[in-house]
Ligand binder design. Structure first.
Ligand code: HEM
Length: 218
């Protein structure tokens, strides 16, 4: 039997997401190369260590702008509500594969991840600008550049760990990857994992259909 599909992400949203994900991978790989001598070979991701040193900050700006657009697309769905408390309290059941609470477009785990990503992105941008020797570092005292590098490394590690969890969760919940690849999820997936989002979407569809019918009859 053919499964009924509903749209979760438009083409522009998916393009936006994969630009951020792609730039993130390039930055994480080259950044780890700068960070630790045994990983130095990773700086060849851009062809040579010199090119990696030049390109890393520019790609960082692209990732930040991409995430900034994502932030404005999704922040309104990421405010915490009462159902999130139920979700957090029921984390044991969640880990065993049972859903808890009347979840909207995103569950509490996704919301925590969203705000963590946002904090890391802002810290990475600000500290990255202070540490960008070619253009900005000379305007700051050396202690500020050193502090910026510490903040930059700590927030990069936090973001890398968060993204590993984000990817693991997307693979773990069957049917989530197609949401960001093809833009669609099954009705079953939506009803099971995001019941409030599903009900609201169906109610909106119902209203839109009614409006269409009314305008045809007029
Ligand atoms: C690298 C591999 C990645 C994979 C496989 C992946 C996968 C996905 C999937 C499947 C979704 C849809 C989840 C849903 O609708 O329930 C999603 C949403 C999202 N992803 Fe990723 N992602 C990746 C990297 C990233 C990166 C690097 C960022 C940003 C730093 C990011 C930020 C987001 C955001 C903001 C959303 C919207 C949902 C939310 O607010 O939680 N993703 N991702």
């Amino acid at each position: 039997m053919k499964k009924l599909l509903i749209q979760r992400y438009k083409k522009s949203e998916r393009f936006n997401h994969w630009v951020v994900a792609g730039t993130f991978v390039l930055l994480a790989v080259s950044g780890l190369g700068f960070f630790y001598p045994s990983f130095f070979w990773l700086t060849n991701v851009f062809g040579s260590p010199q090119l990696a040193r030049i390109l890393h900050p520019f790609i960082g700006v692209v990732m930040f702008i991409g995430f900034f657009v994502q932030f404005f697309r999704y922040f309104k769905h990421n405010f915490f509500d009462r159902e999130d408390i139920k979700w957090i309290k029921g984390i044991k059941h969640i880990l065993l594969g049972r859903e808890v609470g009347d979840t909207g477009k995103y569950n509490a785990g996704q919301k925590i991840m969203f705000w963590l990503m946002t904090i890391c992105m802002v810290l990475l941008l600000l500290s990255g600008l202070v540490a960008w020797r070619q253009y900005f570092s000379s305007y700051f005292p050396i202690w500020a550049v050193r502090l910026a590098l510490l903040i930059h490394s700590a927030s990069a590690i936090l973001l890398i760990v968060s993204i590993i969890i984000h990817v693991y969760a997307a693979l773990w919940i069957k049917g989530t990857i197609p949401a960001m690849v093809e833009g669609v999820v099954t009705q079953e997936w939506a009803r099971k994992h995001h019941p409030r989002w599903y009900r609201e979407l169906m109610a909106k569809k119902g209203r839109d259909n009614l409006k269409k019918k009314q305008s045809v009859n007029q």
